[in-house]
Design a protein around this ligand. Structure first.
Ligand SMILES: [Zn+2]
Length: 173
């Protein structure tokens, strides 16, 4: 599969100053924190980000990361393939005080100086875009996987495990 290449690392401040772009693809298998919560880490994340300085002087990185992930449905425990789109809107901040002053449409990206890993950035965004409780949208798809509504209503929710998994992944920067 052809894919434009992404740099391994980038200086976000410089990228913003130069109105740079990050376009390319990353295989999901190279994103270990994401791969750990996927049923199967096949596929590719398509990254389309651009950086710049907005009218208020805020340095930003925005765009989308799109992929398809394979999860386990928390209702029927069958395989669930889900298109995933992370809408990225990051405002650069050198410290907490700057982060607090960012306009609210931006998620702060704390970077004092130097470079950040592009894969880490993409992985964070995809982790945030994952559904809290992955489930087939249509319960009939669950029945197709052999799911029957539990008779006594007793159903140990595997979603609790899932949620705690996600909580263990704070943003890494
Ligand atoms: Zn299901």
């Amino acid at each position: 599969m052809w894919a434009p290449s992404l740099p391994n690392k980038v200086d976000p401040w410089r990228l913003a100053a130069e109105s740079g772009r990050l376009n390319g693809a990353l295989t999901l298998a190279t994103l270990p924190r994401l791969a750990a919560v996927l049923n199967r880490a096949d596929g590719v994340a398509n990254v389309a980000l651009l950086a710049g300085v907005d009218q208020r002087g805020v340095r930003f990185i925005e765009g989308t990361v799109r992929t398809e992930v394979e999860l386990i449905c928390q209702r029927c425990l069958g395989v669930l393939r889900l298109p995933l789109e992370a809408v990225v809107s990051l405002g650069l901040a050198r410290n907490e005080a700057e982060a607090d002053r960012l306009p609210e449409e931006y998620e702060p990206l704390l970077v004092a100086e130097g470079v950040i890993g592009v894969a880490d950035l993409v992985e964070d965004e995809l982790l945030l875009a994952l559904p809290l409780i992955p489930r087939h949208e249509d319960a009939r798809d669950c029945q197709a996987d052999g799911y029957r509504t539990p008779a006594g209503g007793e159903h140990d929710p595997p979603s609790a495990t899932w949620a705690s998994l996600l909580r263990d992944f704070p943003r890494s920067h």
